[in-house]
Design a protein around this ligand. Structure first.
Ligand code: ZN
Length: 233
């Protein structure tokens, strides 16, 4: 089977979405990329999670042409491909309609960094995209969804901000591989839930001071990171 290990990893990552309660029914999808082969493995469209097997994970090239299996890939494939093309360091993408993350996406509000949990993962707010135009929606919609994310990151580093809220839709997250993308999707949901609660308790809560934000982000990421064990940064 082509890309056996990657397909197994992508299947496991999709099942992790279910285990963490961030997808219902067949909403949500995870992919992973082999940069050497230029091939992407992604969940098939509409297959229930509890029936998924590695053979059913669909492999495509970066233009979306299926190179193995006769199942159709997730309908969001074109969004994933745009992210792989423009964010060269990412190895996995996870999309969910998780409850709180989606609520912020529907509210079209970036999630401000209100605490160190957020600061551990994102160098800034969790960004929100602009709305898609009517032409983008009636055109190549899934590809344009990827393009609007890429535009939202014109001045934002995707390696230091591993997710986004697509306005009126839901989060897309990424990471070094499929499992890491799922990890970040679960974190975005957790951050979104806590930010919601924080603003209920105190609607005037202010973002974390820049110094504390940087302290937490930089102790886990970058050349001076010292959090965790040397092999597990
Ligand atoms: Zn969606």
């Amino acid at each position: 089977m082509l890309l056996h290990d990657l397909r197994k990893d992508v299947l496991a990552a999709n099942l992790e979405l279910v285990r963490h309660g961030v997808v219902v029914f067949t909403f949500g999808n995870v992919s992973g990329i082999s940069r050497e082969e230029g091939l992407v493995a992604i969940k098939p469209s509409g297959v229930p999670y509890d029936e998924l097997t590695p053979e059913q994970i669909v492999v495509t090239d970066l233009e979306g042409r299926v190179v193995d299996t006769n199942l159709r890939p997730s309908s969001d494939l074109a969004t994933h491909l745009e992210l792989y093309k423009h964010f060269p360091n990412i190895g996995g993408v996870a999309h969910t309609h998780s409850e709180y993350g989606t609520a912020w996406a529907q509210a079209k509000r970036a999630i401000p960094c209100l605490g160190t949990t957020h600061a551990d993962y994102f160098r800034g707010p969790v960004p929100v995209t602009p709305d898609l135009t009517p032409e983008e929606i009636s055109g190549d919609y899934e590809k344009e969804t990827g393009a609007v994310i890429v535009r939202a990151f014109r001045d934002i580093d995707p390696d230091a901000n591993p997710g986004v809220l697509v306005a009126g839709h839901a989060p897309f997250c990424w990471g070094k591989d499929a499992a890491d993308a799922v990890h970040n999707a679960v974190i975005v949901e957790y951050i979104a839930r806590m930010a919601t609660h924080t603003l209920v308790v105190n609607p005037d809560a202010k973002p974390l001071a820049r110094e504390l934000h940087d302290k937490h982000f930089l102790r886990k990421h970058g050349p001076r990171a010292y959090y965790g064990q040397p092999d597990h940064k």
